[in-house]
Design a protein around this ligand. Structure first.
Ligand SMILES: Nc1ncnc2c1ncn2[C@@H]1O[C@H](COP(=O)(O)OP(=O)(O)OP(=O)(O)O)[C@@H](O)[C@H]1O
Length: 402
């Protein structure tokens, strides 16, 4: 990258901020994702993966460098600029839902990008509307590889990551995060395109989400208004057992996507219905990418309260504004500390202390002592796997910090 000028900010995620960058010589415009060098572990990981990829359905890599700006040393990742913003923003611009013909097109694009990734042994691990960008031609491109993993890396070595509402059951349990987890997340993203909200809108917070997704028999609700083909497509992605889900390549042959080519491609520029589905709605103000998250929402008082609220399903809805955050956690640490707590306040205290001391808490006994949920089998379930406690801790502490 030669000399360039940093322009306006266009997004902020959990680990980095994104701005426009203009190449001084050519005038070309890029997006630059920057993080303090000392905190750029995920960004550097993203760079290593992104620079090896070349696929129209994946945001293009340009370059990377280190700069000093206003006394701070920054690691910068330059990539193709996607002027259409995120898929989530597109959904909002179109009134909170997009038409099935357009859902079909974007789903196909996302699956083509994932097919490319999976064929190279990469799992994205954080597919959601906010991580799908819309290019200059209106096509979807997968972005944000900060959570991605290579197939030889397992949960025990690098931990699990992602956004709770989009997590597959095996991910929520801390067991595995393979290609099937991306398939589940594609279905969640399709639900986002249909409803304008992530799946599980009734859940209160990430911990409740992880519990419900990982340890009940439920699957996200499939909106009744959708076509039978789309319902079937979602049903084949949202199997709780990852082995029963269709692969990305099988999904690309599903009638929802295949039949549509003849049914819904425009036969001429006069095929108004098709083009209507792409009609630009009145421009609404773009929500800032981080506006929702958990920044301003205080967590309910106690873990037991949260768990109880999940089980009685009369929980108030999370608004769109209180969106989901991406969670990233480190790998396993064999020397976990087992703590016992008899109350939720003790539980939270232990979590906070462990953050300060940078130690790991083995939360299985804590969870069961507080929640009293008998069906949780400590041995093979909640938090008993090394690394999972760190993940739960990450969820809670991240919510707190923001
Ligand atoms: N290439 C790009 N073109 C246009 N906008 C972009 C681009 N890359 C990122 N953005 C914007 O910046 C936001 C944050 O980017 P990104 O999701 O990569 O950051 P992150 O820190 O990894 O976020 P997350 O919290 O999801 O992990 C995106 O939601 C999007 O609005």
């Amino acid at each position: 990258m030669g000399s360039w000028i940093r322009g306006r900010a266009i997004g902020r995620g959990s680990t980095a901020s994104v701005s426009i960058a203009t190449d001084e010589q050519s005038g070309d415009i890029f997006a630059v994702k920057s993080a303090k060098l000392s905190k750029s572990e995920f960004l550097q990981r993203e760079q290593k993966i992104l620079c090896s990829l070349n696929c129209p359905q994946i945001v293009g890599y340009v370059a990377n460098n280190v700069t000093t700006e206003q006394g701070e040393t920054l690691y910068n990742l330059f990539m193709e600029y996607a002027p259409g913003g995120t898929l989530t923003e597109l959904i909002q611009k179109q009134g909170g839902s997009i038409k099935e013909a357009e859902i079909r097109v974007h789903t196909r694009e996302i699956l083509h990008g994932l097919s490319y990734l999976h064929s190279r042994g990469i799992t994205h691990c954080d597919i959601k509307g906010r991580n799908v960008l819309i290019g200059a031609d209106g096509a979807a491109k997968i972005a944000d590889f900060g959570c991605s993993r290579l197939n030889y890396e397992n949960c025990a070595s690098i931990g699990i990551s992602g956004t709770p509402a989009f997590m597959a059951p095996e991910v929520a349990r801390g067991e595995d995060q393979g290609y099937g987890a991306d398939v589940w997340a594609v279905a969640c993203t399709v639900i986002e395109m249909i409803t304008g909200r992530p799946p599980w809108p009734e859940l209160l917070d990430p911990v409740s989400a992880v519990y419900k997704i990982g340890f009940t028999d439920e699957t996200p609700k499939i909106p009744s208004s959708t076509s039978e083909e789309l319902k079937d497509f979602l049903g084949k992605c949202l199997r709780r057992d990852a082995k029963e889900r269709l692969t990305v390549d099988q999904l690309l042959k599903h009638p929802f996507l295949v039949d549509s080519i003849s049914k819904n491609s425009p036969t001429s520029v006069l095929d108004q219905d098709f083009w209507d589905s792409f009609e630009e709605e009145e421009e609404t103000e773009r929500p800032s990418s981080s506006s929702g998250d958990l920044k301003n929402s205080s967590l309910p008082n106690s873990v037991s309260e949260r768990m109880r609220r999940v089980s009685c399903s009369r929980a108030p809805n999370w608004g769109w504004e209180e969106d989901w955050v991406t969670i990233r956690c480190g790998g396993a640490d064999d020397e976990s500390i087992t703590e016992n707590c008899s109350s939720s306040s003790q539980f939270e205290e232990v979590l906070m202390t462990s953050l300060l001391e940078e130690t790991e808490v083995h939360t299985s006994s804590i969870f069961s002592s507080i929640t009293g949920i008998s069906e949780i089998n400590e041995r093979d379930c909640l938090c008993s796997r090394i690394g999972y406690s760190k993940f739960c801790l990450g969820l809670i502490l991240k919510s707190r910090r923001e």
